[in-house]
Structures are given as C-alpha cells and as structure tokens.
Ligand binder design. Structure first.
Ligand SMILES: Cc1cc2nc3c(=O)[nH]c(=O)nc-3n(C[C@H](O)[C@H](O)[C@H](O)COP(=O)(O)OP(=O)(O)OC[C@H]3O[C@@H](n4cnc5c(N)ncnc54)[C@H](O)[C@@H]3O)c2cc1C
Length: 307
C-alpha cells in the first residue's frame, strides 16, 4: 500500500486506527502489562513478500482490545502438530508463562514463540502479524524451529492463542534512530505508521536503518513510502551472518556530529542478537547515549533457538 493510500485509509478509518491504542502520546515506554491468554482462530494467511508470511487471527476477545504501543509483542501458542488441537497452560496471572507451559505434559504442551502486532482492528477483533521465512518454503525443512514450521503450514480455521504483552518503543526523545532486520521491520513499520498518525512532525527527526538479506524479506513499498518522510533512511543488504558487522560499518561511516542520526537521543534496535548487542554498544560508546536511552530487544539468535 502506498503512503498516499495509507494516509487516506488512516484518515477514513482514523477512529478505528486510533481506538487500537491505549496511549496516543507515548512520551514514556508502556508500563508492565496485565497479561492474559486469548484463544483465537486463524482467519487469513497471505504472503506480502516472497520471504514473508502474513497471518491474521480473530477472537471475540480482541474486539475493543487496546495496544499499549505500536511494537507490542505477544507470545504465540501453537499446537505441536499442524492444525492440531491446542492445549494451554493454566496460568495464575504471573509473568512467567514459560514456566507454566514447561509444567505441562510433553504431549500436550503447545509451542511458544514471540511476534509483534503488525496491526489490530479492534472493531472486527482481528490481529495481524508478519513472520519472516528467510527463504524457507516447506515446514519439513531441516533445522527450522517450531515458529516457522507452524507458520508454513498455517491454514484458515487453525487454533492458536496469544499471551498478551506490551510495546517497548516510546517517542519521548524527538530525535531517534530505529534499526531493524527483517524480523523487526513489521515493528518499525508499525512505529512509523503510529508516528505518522499521532505525531507526524516527529518523522523528520527519525532515522531508520534496515538490514536485510534480500528485497524479498521486506513488505513492498518500504522505500517509496518512507524515505522522503524521515530524517534519514537506508536499507542495507548482507547475508544474515553479516548483519551485525555491515550495520556497524555503516554507522561508523556516518560522520559523527555531522550526520543528524549520530545526534539521536534514543536508539531502538531489534532483530538478531549480535546485531542488537553491537548496535547498543555503538550507541553507548560512540554516540554517548546513556544505557537507558537504548531500547534493544534480541528477537532471534543466529544458529540457535530463541524460545
Ligand atoms: C519480542 C519479539 C518479537 C518478535 N517479533 C517477530 C515478528 O514480528 N516477526 C518475526 O518474523 N519474528 C519475530 N520474532 C522472532 C520470533 O519469535 C522467532 O524467533 C522466529 O520466528 C524464529 O522462531 P523459530 O521457532 O522458527 O526458530 P528457532 O527455534 O528460534 O530457531 C531455529 C533456527 O532458525 C534460525 N532462525 C530463526 N530466526 C531466523 C531469522 N529471522 N533468519 C534466519 N535464521 C533464523 C535460528 O538461528 C536457528 O538456527 C520476535 C521475537 C521477539 C522476542
């Protein structure tokens, strides 16, 4: 969808879009949430790009639901067997859902992975999220984890559940840099759409860097939609083992104190673990940001599972 269409859609559906968020300012990061488990049903599966699956789930409990922020994430419970029956942990309302799931018998325990809300329609009770396939097409592919295996076999009518969590990003510091690999681009797009709706003047002080293996990893129209709206914008390409070094080389190449991104007062970074760690280190040691001004969230780890 072009930015023009997006803007039109946002203005005609602005009430629905606005009502999806509990906070229209987000001057500080969302606080600790009250978690809940919501059972839902898959109502659509599509592929917005060659290496991306878009899943829409629906539940009466999502009608009127409010997100704490645009990068709100959730735990996704999936049956171990494709399209199988979903058993859920009994939880006491505490935050340690992994322990509740681990206490279940092996044969009943659902798989659990974490995803970010791409969009929520609180009127229809529909929540959309995007999952990167990094070029894998079949659920029997060797070495893939339960998240991708489920996504590649997901069908309309499948049972899932979400463990609701919270957003991490805030717009308290006007000048900021967002850095993401393909797994976190859905979060960045949601953050930009939120800013465009609630604080459009801030876009010119926002700097975005995306690192991907190929354009197939990305929902189309990222560049034309955003590059003229933002303070600065770049998409870098490298194999996933080189996400970290390629991004750091790029950041080092920005002329310190001359490029406006280097004057950011807040850095948000999500994606592969080492990428997050290295960017955080760079922001603290070179850009001299206090550690609390760097929001970092490793979404996955190269060569190992991220339960
Ligand atoms: C807060 C949070 C939000 C997240 N949001 C999203 C989201 O919106 N979209 C999304 O796609 N993912 C997101 N993730 C990542 C997601 O939870 C899973 O890590 C991912 O789907 C892989 O899970 P898996 O079970 O398929 O593989 P795992 O069992 O975790 O790993 C199996 C193998 O696959 C490899 N692998 C895993 N991910 C990738 C990748 N991206 N590229 C290359 N190799 C990989 C691992 O290195 C490992 O060797 C998020 C994670 C967190 C913590």
């Amino acid at each position: 969808m072009s930015l023009q269409q997006l803007k039109l859609e946002r203005s005609s559906a602005s009430d629905a879009y606005r009502s999806a968020f509990a906070d229209h300012e987000l001057e500080v990061a969302p606080g600790d949430p009250k978690h809940q488990i919501i059972r839902a049903t898959v109502c659509n599966v599509s592929a917005p790009a060659q290496h991306l699956r878009r899943i829409v789930i629906t539940s009466p409990e999502l009608v009127g639901f409010k997100l704490s922020g645009p990068d709100e994430f959730f735990g996704l419970f999936m049956p171990q067997v494709a399209s199988g029956k979903l058993h859920l942990p009994i939880h006491t309302g505490g935050a340690n859902i992994r322990a509740s799931a681990a206490a279940m018998p092996d044969e009943l325990r659902p798989d659990l992975r974490w995803y970010t809300v791409r969009s929520l329609n609180p009127e229809d009770g529909q929540l959309t999220f995007d999952v990167v396939t990094h070029g894998v097409n079949t659920p029997s592919h060797e070495g893939i984890g339960p998240g991708l295996r489920w996504v590649l076999s997901a069908q309309t009518g499948d049972e899932v559940a979400i463990w609701t969590c919270q957003g991490l990003w805030h717009r308290g510091q006007r000048c900021q840099t967002l850095i993401a690999d393909p797994s976190a681009v859905p979060s960045v797009r949601a953050i930009l759409e939120y800013t465009q709706t609630f604080a459009p003047d801030q876009l010119k002080d926002m700097h975005v860097r995306i690192i991907a293996e190929s354009p197939h990893d990305l929902e189309p129209l990222l560049n034309p939609n955003w590059e003229d709206e933002l303070g600065s914008f770049d998409v870098l390409f490298a194999p996933s083992e080189k996400f970290s070094e390629t991004t750091i080389a790029h950041l080092r190449g920005l002329n310190y104190s001359q490029h406006p991104a280097t004057q950011s007062k807040y850095v948000w970074i999500a994606g592969e673990g080492s990428l997050c760690k290295q960017v955080r280190r760079h922001a603290i040691s070179t850009w001299k940001l206090p550690s609390e001004s760097v929001q970092w969230c490793p979404y996955w780890f190269l060569g190992k599972a991220r339960p």
